[in-house]
Design a protein around this ligand. Structure first.
Ligand code: DAU
Length: 274
């Protein structure tokens, strides 16, 4: 980091980097602590040492824990207490606390965004949507955890990027902004939609053992970023998911290279006896 900061003199640092997959964090928590907490501390220290105009932390709605399935009236706001479920979300919440502490203690100019589930191009094949697309194209089973009733609040990745850009340029230092587009779907709805779009039979759907500690529902209240910065999502889910499927059809080489390598060991370990 010293070398990088000395060569590049960054004025704005955005920490997009993380170990991001909940299932992997359940297998190997320590890796997540090192990357997500110590990695953030390393960046924050470099920012203190070299000085920056803004440090932005890309966080997640998972720091708030989950919401019950039978209370659709409840949403995460920026003041919802942190209440994490997995080693992944705990490591992200820890990083957020460090970021806020560096603001209070050292006056570092920070902002944090907490976004709901992203989807779109270059989504790593371990995640729900690309995994289901890749498996469906290969006529392989589509492994749905539990009963498939868990709810996620999906946002097209470019809308997330636009929110981050806006926060960096117009957001208030020291503040947290929730990012989400009121687009809640049960996992099973997503998997059925992928089958339909690809012309594959729903008989590929296979219910498998649930994720340990599986969060039931995430739902973001984006009022603050809307009112203060004028952000609204632009891509409707129906358009976004079609664009995403098209991208995976046109960019097979990218993801086929990934899933043919060491990823096969991961897949076997996670899904082999599930
Ligand atoms: O909410 C934001 C978070 O969204 C990010 O902070 C995380 O980095 C990102 O990985 C994502 O977390 P999820 O655990 O919600 O995403 P994932 O794609 O792993 O799973 C989405 C839902 O689908 C979840 O309820 C688990 C379920 N699922 C997932 C996989 C991979 C399945 O039913 N089968 C699967 O094979």
């Amino acid at each position: 980091m010293d070398k990088l900061y000395e060569e590049e003199h960054p004025d704005i640092v955005v920490n997009f980097a993380a170990e991001s997959h909940v299932d992997r964090s359940i297998e190997d928590p320590e890796l997540f602590l090192r990357t997500n907490i110590l990695g953030t501390a390393t960046l924050l220290d470099a920012c203190r040492k070299y000085g920056i105009k803004r440090y932005h932390q890309v966080s997640t709605d998972e720091v708030y824990g989950d919401l019950p399935l039978d209370r659709p009236d409840l949403f995460f706001t920026e003041t919802t207490p942190l209440h994490t479920s997995s080693p992944y979300s705990s490591s992200k919440a820890s990083a957020d606390l460090l970021v806020l502490a560096y603001h209070r203690t050292y006056g570092l100019p920070v902002t944090i965004s907490r976004c709901s589930n992203n989807y779109g191009p270059y989504h790593f094949p371990e995640k729900l949507i690309p995994l289901m697309i890749a498996n469906a194209l290969a006529d392989k089973p589509l492994p749905v955890y539990g009963e498939g009733k868990n709810v996620r609040d999906w946002l097209y990745v470019e809308d997330h990027c636009k929110a981050i850009d806006l926060i960096i340029r117009k957001g208030t230092v020291g503040e947290v902004y929730n990012v989400g587009g009121h687009n809640e779907k049960q996992n099973i709805e997503i998997v059925r939609l992928i089958c339909k779009e690809l012309g594959k039979p729903e008989s590929l759907i296979t219910y498998v053992t649930d994720r340990k500690g599986h969060d039931l529902r995430y739902a973001i209240d984006p009022t603050k970023i809307h009112n203060e910065l004028g952000w609204l999502p632009e891509t409707k889910f129906d358009d976004g998911i079609r664009k995403t499927i098209k991208w995976y059809l046109e960019n097979r080489k990218w993801w086929e290279t990934i899933i043919s390598g060491e990823y096969q060991n991961y897949y076997e370990k996670m899904y082999g006896n599930r």
